[in-house]
Design a protein around this ligand. Structure first.
Ligand SMILES: [Zn+2]
Length: 925
């Protein structure tokens, strides 16, 4: 931490003015090419950054810091705004905020004293979703006002608060502004036809990465929030507002995640209502909350919601507007005031400056709340941290929907309805059986973990390190055992890791290790399920296939704090003098080794059966690396840097699959397909060579000239029939598209693209399909059929949601690890599944290798599943012969948002498998 600290302040010092301060700060209208906030104009990030640098030289109310670089190498700037006196003591205030947020070793009296001395720290960011242009444009005006106004309110806010005005996605602001401003004629300006994702790799999913922190931008923000600045409020600004309204403002609808401290939600409600009150008092109508939109507080993947798991008040607003004038449409149902929409807005024209005026009010409302409640905010973040530490230090029980259901079934007091005062109308026995609650809700075996142990013995140790790094990036304290220790009846080796729950960020820890038990959430009693906001189950330890133990009692031993992100511990080469080495297929990093060897021309092979090397038994799929002058340094470097093991061995006998470099085409669309973007990030991380391929090239056919493998992620082939329905995104006219983007234009269609894909497979190509693209099993006439289908008017449809609905959950799948597609995967694995089609086929069908399937009627591990029994016996992942080639169809999202490390191997195997060899092992049905 100290290292980071000095880095931040070194950069801040560099950006500080050398000489005296000028009395006036430059107005945006003077600095920019056109006044930010005026119609048909978007300032770029380059100009935004230049303006911030200018302000930093002019104002003594601001320090400019850089929290890291973006994917494209731009600096991610944060303007720290407060009174000059506070800025002079910034380090002290940051330390107070840290002590109170971490709460460790701080008693109540000390917390009160620190809260009295400290300043409220408020994070307000902009630009996360770059197409939501108002927020970053508005921040320019907000900054200028905060630095130039001298009214009583501004001075009070500056005295009481330290505000971090941050930018989440500099690359996107640059791209969107450039694209919008490319036309000289304002009436032609638009950004809906942007050729690429506005955050490299992930686009809109940049706000689904918070607990994983895979992207640089997320890592930068999380470090600032939970390791360096510890704001009590995190305000994340978005677009667009509910139809017929201007802006969505907190509070949020249910469900509410049971892991976090209730003070988070009660204070969130306070701030939300303060925001609404300010708008109303200023005569700004049209704010809606709770039922006005779908946002809930369940999912840990978003910036404003990851804050809850860190005892910080996460706020989200969603406002209308943009540089091109628009309007508030007439939506009659919004016109009557109600609890969730106190002051309806009359339909009217709308300009960018209107949005910016609201944004200023909302920013002020949040800062004013923080100023007026400074001591309470500081004290309460300590209180929440202290609550966490206390819960993690004694027996405690988390109340989950499942446990409440159990209670409801057993409790004698059963209401059959309510009277007008909402009392149970037909109350059961008045007397509650003593001990019932305790016996059902506080079973000793169901105590919350005091700690989680990640043993050093893991089939995929480097992945366990990546998991721990995701926790560390989120401010969680991790310890390493310096000596063997005993706990829960087991002995753990030195080098094992311990994550204690007696720490402030306990809610985050529980959420990463334990199932998300999502409540049944129907649109009305007995009605169809209500769609969640995003997904419902994401337990990271499950998704990453981490082996861990829960310790229900305190643990003693010799542990040291892990100070920062870790590299995987070096692996070992066991034995020597063989013709080469065998490398287990268990680690994801082994694919990096194989890719490096293939690139260098080394003849690598997969061994089909069990093998032995240097006294060790290796499971099917062991990677044979012949010892050559080329292979030796590559292998030795990989063992030491990537944490993989190798065993000296003689030339293996028995069946083996020789590998060769594959020419991989990753299908993408004009504008960027998010699933394809995440996949490209993953391919680069694991050093798979690939090229992007678009509809135009696919439709030209003769794909075998350029590719061995084509990878179609969810959405690459539009959904139809039993796969649902999806529609192509808007594209510009070719005549209106710069030459460099023209090859990307066009749509993947059944008419032109499918015949080309079929011809490619028939001639020996490999197709890998995920999500909606698994429709290829039907389109290419394979024996695989959709399992979750019904027929309506002779047309295939997905099952009705009332009968089957699994909106993003973790399920347990069975695996045949002797299949090359499943090499290195355990025989039971947790898969991320999001309402995707699974497969069935006739017993007589041939040419099918089944790698994973759902077995039994209850496969849910984390999240929410309606009708999960419908998956029983259906195939999840299979390879099917198509002519001389093959199709790999995967229903689970095996590369879900670069999180599901436990199932990456299905994809990686499919990419490295040699299609010329054909199946090595036959399926056993
Ligand atoms: Zn957004």
């Amino acid at each position: 931490m100290t290292l980071r600290k000095s880095l931040v302040f070194a950069s801040a010092a560099l950006l500080l003015p050398a000489g005296g301060l000028r009395a006036e700060v430059t107005a945006p209208a003077v600095f920019f090419k056109q006044a930010p906030g005026s119609d048909y104009y978007l300032a770029s990030y380059t100009d935004y950054a230049a303006y911030l640098r200018k302000l930093a030289t002019e104002s003594d109310r601001m320090k400019l810091i850089e929290i890291g670089q973006t994917s494209q190498g731009r600096p991610q700037l944060v303007a720290v705004v407060s009174s000059p006196a506070n800025l002079a003591r910034l380090e002290d205030y940051r330390e107070i905020a840290r002590k109170l947020a971490k709460a460790k070793g701080v008693n109540e009296a000390e917390a009160r004293a620190l809260a009295a001395r400290g300043k409220a720290i408020v994070w307000i960011d902009a630009g996360m979703h770059a197409s939501e242009t108002t927020t970053a444009q508005g921040q320019i005006q907000v900054l200028h006002k905060m630095l130039s106004r001298s009214d009583a309110e501004t001075m009070r806010l500056l005295d009481e608060c330290i505000i971090l005005f941050a930018h989440d996605n500099p690359d996107g602001m640059e791209m969107i502004s450039d694209w919008y401003m490319r036309h000289a004629d304002p009436k032609k300006r638009e950004f809906s036809t942007l050729p690429q994702l506005w955050q490299t790799y992930v686009g809109h999913d940049n706000n689904r990465d918070s607990f994983m922190s895979a992207m640089k931008e997320t890592e930068n923000v999380n470090r600032a929030l939970f390791r360096e600045w510890f704001p009590q409020i995190v305000y994340n600004q978005h677009q667009t507002g509910p139809a017929g309204m201007v802006v969505f403002v907190p509070p949020f609808r249910d469900p509410f995640n049971f892991n976090y401290d209730p003070i988070v939600m009660s204070q969130l409600n306070e701030v939300g209502f303060a925001m609404q009150s300010r708008l109303i008092a200023e005569g700004k109508p049209g704010a809606g909350s709770r039922s006005a939109a779908r946002y809930s507080t369940w999912h840990n993947g978003m910036e404003r919601s990851v804050a809850y798991f860190h005892n910080s008040i996460g706020l989200l607003t969603e406002i209308i507007g943009g540089p091109t004038p628009t309007n508030v449409p007439l939506v009659p149902s919004t016109q009557l005031p109600r609890a969730d929409e106190l002051m309806p807005v009359t339909p009217r024209d709308w300009h960018l400056q209107d949005s910016l005026d609201y944004q200023w009010s909302l920013n002020l409302a949040v800062i004013d709340y923080a100023a007026r409640n400074r001591e309470r905010l500081l004290f309460n973040i300590w209180r929440m941290g202290a609550n966490s530490i206390e819960k993690g230090s004694r027996d405690s029980w988390t109340i989950t929907p499942g446990k409440v259901e159990r209670l409801a079934e057993a409790a004698p007091l059963k209401a059959t309805g309510t009277d007008e005062y909402n009392r149970p109308a037909a109350a059961g026995p008045k007397k509650i059986e003593p001990g019932l609650y305790t016996s059902l809700m506080q079973q000793p075996a169901e105590r919350d973990a005091r700690a989680y142990v990640i043993p050093a013995a893991q089939p995929d140790l480097p992945t366990a390190v990546t998991f721990l790094n995701a926790l560390i990036k989120n401010g969680v304290d991790v310890e390493r055992a310096e000596a063997p220790f005993q706990a829960g009846g087991k002995t753990y080796p030195a080098g094992s890791w311990l994550v204690r729950t007696a720490q402030a960020y306990r809610p985050h820890i529980l959420d990463m290790f334990e199932p998300q038990d999502h409540p049944q959430d129907s649109q009305y009693p007995g009605g169809p399920p209500q769609a969640p906001y995003d997904i419902t189950g994401y337990t990271l330890a499950y998704q990453m296939g981490i082996r861990f133990d829960r310790l229900l009692d305190g643990v003693e031993g010799h542990f040291s704090a892990v100070p920062d992100l870790m590299a995987p511990p070096p692996g070992h080469i066991t034995g020597h003098g063989g013709a080469g080495w065998l490398v287990p297929h268990d680690t994801n990093n082994s694919f990096i080794l194989t890719n490096r060897l293939l690139k260098a021309g080394v003849k690598v092979a997969w061994i089909a059966g069990d093998t032995k090397a240097a006294g060790h038994r290796l499971a099917p799929g062991a990677i044979w690396v012949p010892a050559t002058a080329t292979s030796r340094p590559i292998l030795e470097r990989a063992v030491s840097e990537l944490g993989i093991d190798a065993f000296a061995a003689g030339e293996p006998g028995g069946p083996a699959m020789p590998l060769r470099p594959m020419r991989v085409g990753l299908v993408d669309h004009y504008g960027g397909l998010i699933s394809s973007g995440w996949t490209s990030w993953l391919l680069e991380k694991f050093e798979f060579p690939y090229r992007k391929v678009y509809a135009k090239r696919l439709d030209e056919g003769h794909l075998e000239k350029d590719f061995d493998v084509l990878l179609l992620t969810d959405g690459a082939l539009p959904a139809k029939g039993a796969w649902g329905e999806s529609h192509p995104a808007r594209q510009p006219e070719a005549s209106d598209t710069p030459a460099q983007w023209q090859p990307m234009l066009g749509h993947v269609t059944d008419e032109k693209t499918l015949p080309a894909l079929k011809a490619f497979a028939l001639q020996g190509g490999a197709l890998i399909a995920l999500g909606s693209s698994t429709r290829l099993v039907q389109a290419l006439d394979t024996p695989l059929r959709p399992a979750l289908a019904r027929t309506v008017d002779g047309q295939d449809k997905m099952l009705e949601k009332k009968a089957f609905y699994i909106p993003g959950s973790i399920l347990r799948a069975r695996v045949d690890p002797r299949q090359p597609l499943a090499y290195g995967v355990p025989d039971k694995v947790d898969v991320f599944y999001n309402q995707a089609q699974t497969f069935i086929y006739d017993d007589a069908a041939t040419g099918i290798d089944k790698a994973a399937w759902f077995d039994g009627r209850a496969t849910l591990r984390s999240g929410w599943a309606v009708g999960q029994e419908k998956l029983a016996g259906t195939t999840a992942i299979a390879q099917v012969v198509v002519g001389k080639g093959r199709l790999v169809a995967m229903a689970p999202e095996v590369a879900q948002r670069a999180q599901s490390y436990g199932t990456f191997k299905f994809l990686f195997n499919a990419l490295q498998e040699n299609p010329a060899v054909g199946p090595v092992v036959k399926s056993h049905h």
